[in-house]
Design a protein around this ligand. Structure first.
Ligand SMILES: [Zn+2]
Length: 208
């Protein structure tokens, strides 16, 4: 059984690690973003759409509802990786009802690293490809895939990033304390290169 929660500040590399882990451990990687993008597949999706349409924050009960539906899929029976979920204590408690999480990996970076990484993110105006951190375009300012112009990601303006960092410290960080008594929390230095972070994660999982 491998039921993993990946936790860390925005920019800590959760998405990249989740993809690499998913491949190596043959476990589906699930993020809230994926759930929302595939909202049509879920009973709760219709509710989610109403909020997405208005541009409002999606309430916990909908996110949790979709996640519970996703985790009921047969590919999640023994293995999955949750990327950026749960985000709040309430979500973690709800998750508890449907899944016995047995590994929590914290990718730790400091606020400055997070800020620097997120500020350096660029998006292709034409095809939406994302650059930044370890992924740099071959030619500066130009998309490798389509040649389009690279611009700053809209949601990665400094104020917006600081707000996201605040939200993490305020609501998400407490989850480490929540899971701690179960002795399933492992902390990895997320400031290192993705390959090095991945090696550290594999050592933890393989040593279980
Ligand atoms: Zn492009």
């Amino acid at each position: 059984m491998l039921k993993i929660v990946l936790i860390g500040l925005p920019g800590c590399g959760k998405g990249t690690q989740a993809r690499m882990m998913s491949e190596r451990y043959e476990a589906p990687a699930i993020s809230a973003g994926d759930l929302f993008r595939n909202a049509g597949k879920y009973d709760y999706g219709e509710e989610a759409r109403k909020y997405i349409k208005k541009g409002d924050l999606i309430p916990d009960w909908i996110t949790v509802g979709m996640l519970k539906e996703r985790l009921a899929d047969t590919d999640c029976t023994t293995r999955f990786i949750l990327d950026g979920f749960p985000r709040t204590l309430n979500q973690a408690q709800e998750l508890n009802d449907v899944a016995d999480i047995n590994v929590v990996i914290e990718l730790r970076i400091d606020d400055n690293t997070a800020l620097e990484r997120l500020l350096s993110k660029l998006r292709c105006k034409k095809c939406g490809a994302i650059y930044g951190g370890e992924i740099n375009p071959k030619e500066k300012g130009k998309c490798d895939k389509c040649g389009g112009e690279l611009i700053k990601k809209a949601d990665d303006k400094e104020e917006a990033i600081k707000e996201r960092l605040y939200v993490y410290h305020r609501y998400t960080e407490v989850l480490l304390d929540y899971y701690k008594p179960r002795e399933i929390v492992f902390t990895v230095d997320g400031s290192k290169k993705p390959e090095e972070v991945f090696t550290a994660i594999c050592e933890i999982i393989d040593g279980l």
